[in-house]
Design a protein around this ligand. Structure first.
Ligand SMILES: Cc1cc2nc3c(=O)[nH]c(=O)nc-3n(C[C@H](O)[C@H](O)[C@H](O)COP(=O)(O)OP(=O)(O)OC[C@H]3O[C@@H](n4cnc5c(N)ncnc54)[C@H](O)[C@@H]3O)c2cc1C
Length: 387
């Protein structure tokens, strides 16, 4: 029987699947148990060029569309891995690509495409302001040919496995701008120079094997040539990048979701209780079938978001809705998988509990479900603005 969701880009799927097969479930289980970075896996993906999918060929990348790129991340999650360890390398460079100067692109993109430089981190979220991003308190103040950064970030992922980081900071005080979205700017921080010289990194132990951190900036100096685009327009630049990020993460959720459905379907066929396979009971079949239907529907919205993005058409609504539907469907599938594995769902060796934890994150990050609902209510349905 052909695998569900497999119709598009079979060559890419096959190649990524072959690479992932070199890192079987016990590899991912082991890095999760030891809470270490899956260095060998990320290295293999980098060397094969998969993480440079969205970098144009003129900078040494493969210049693929978002649809193809999304298949790469989907297949990683569907193989039992977790693309969260490295997805930032695929999409964080988009800010540089779209808004950087010719000199900045020449300086960084080819090295990122070759895998010599990692740009895996983006520091936006702050402890005191949460989702209310325009209220961030980290400031960058210009002093001649340098910017002086002070403040704090939280949940900045992969900093310990990245060379460069995108930083959002306020460069004009909130009280002095006409619109709250103005006066924020984007910088490239060279982590190799910054850590220990104005930047302190404190890891946050968390529910999944996800390297994420608190950052403390104390008079960190950034050269002026690391400012991306126009000063004060950084919030708009960050928003520009979100559609790609949301669509790619929707594809990861779909990979997770089909992994759960495949896993629990196989188990329900072979686990015999009361003299018959548990999968013969409709009480078991229906939640699995429901998760499958919801995944297929989410997949449709994911492909619509990819199609619009690759046609350079507006796709904010579709990207948000794809992320919402896919995260919900993968979570439903995760619940069915853990439920019908009974006690074994909780045993690490089945991988269900690990993937269950991993896919739960996407109800909250990179944007919470409520914030998507609020976007749809306000921007698609024209309901009154609530904040
Ligand atoms: C493992 C992990 C990795 C992350 N990596 C990064 C990263 O690399 N870079 C980065 O910048 N950030 C990162 N984040 C942060 C992530 O994007 C935020 O956690 C997320 O956007 C939610 O923001 P918050 O935690 O501040 O929640 P809050 O904004 O404090 O919200 C808390 C809850 O209240 C709800 N809520 C808030 N306001 C409203 C409202 N008006 N209406 C209805 N509900 C509301 C939210 O939906 C949420 O569920 C990461 C987070 C995690 C957990």
């Amino acid at each position: 029987m052909p695998r569900a969701g497999d119709e598009r880009h079979p060559e890419i799927r096959e190649a990524v699947r072959a690479l992932c097969a070199r890192f079987p479930p016990d590899y991912h289980r082991d890095v999760d148990a030891r809470r270490v970075y899956p260095e060998a896996f990320v290295d293999a993906l980098t060397r094969a060029g998969w993480l440079a999918a969205l970098i144009p060929q003129e900078y040494g990348g493969s210049g693929l569309g978002l649809g193809e790129a999304s298949v790469i991340l989907e297949e990683i999650n569907r193989s039992g891995g977790n693309a969260g360890a490295c997805h930032g390398q695929m999409y964080n460079m988009g800010t540089l690509l779209r808004h950087g100067s010719a000199a900045q692109k020449q300086r960084w993109l080819p090295a990122i495409a070759r895998g010599e430089l990692r740009l895996q981190s983006m520091a936006v979220t702050e402890p005191t302001t949460g989702t209310d991003t325009t209220k961030i308190r980290t400031t960058a103040v210009r002093q001649g040919d340098r910017w002086m950064v002070n403040g704090q970030k939280v949940w900045t992922s992969r900093v310990q496995h990245s060379d460069l980081m995108i930083l959002l900071a306020r460069t004009t005080p909130l009280a002095e701008v006409k619109r709250k979205s103005e006066g924020l700017s984007i910088f490239v921080v060279d982590l190799r120079e910054a850590i220990g010289r104005g930047l302190t990194v404190r890891p946050i132990p968390n529910m999944v094997n996800h390297e994420t951190n608190e950052l403390f900036f104390e008079d960190l100096e950034i050269p002026h040539e690391h400012l991306i685009g126009e000063e004060g327009q950084g919030f708009r630049y960050i928003l520009d990048g979100l559609n790609a990020e949301r669509t790619l993460i929707a594809a990861e959720c779909i990979g997770d979701g089909f992994w759960f459905v495949d896993k629990v379907t196989a188990y329900a066929k072979e686990r015999v209780v009361f003299g018959r396979p548990i999968g013969q009971n409709q009480g078991v079949q229906f939640p699995i079938a429901e998760a499958h239907i919801e995944l297929e529907a989410a997949n449709g919205m994911r492909w619509e978001a990819c199609r619009l993005f690759d046609a350079h058409a507006p796709c904010g609504a579709q990207a948000n809705m794809a992320k919402y539907l896919a995260a919900k469907a993968s979570w439903e599938a995760a619940n069915a998988a853990i439920q019908f594995h009974g006690g074994f769902g909780f045993a690490s060796e089945y991988d269900v509990e690990r993937k269950f934890r991993e896919t739960r994150l996407y109800q909250v990050a990179p944007i919470s479900t409520n914030l998507i609902l609020s976007h749809v209510a306000e921007h698609l349905l024209g309901l009154p603005r609530s904040f």
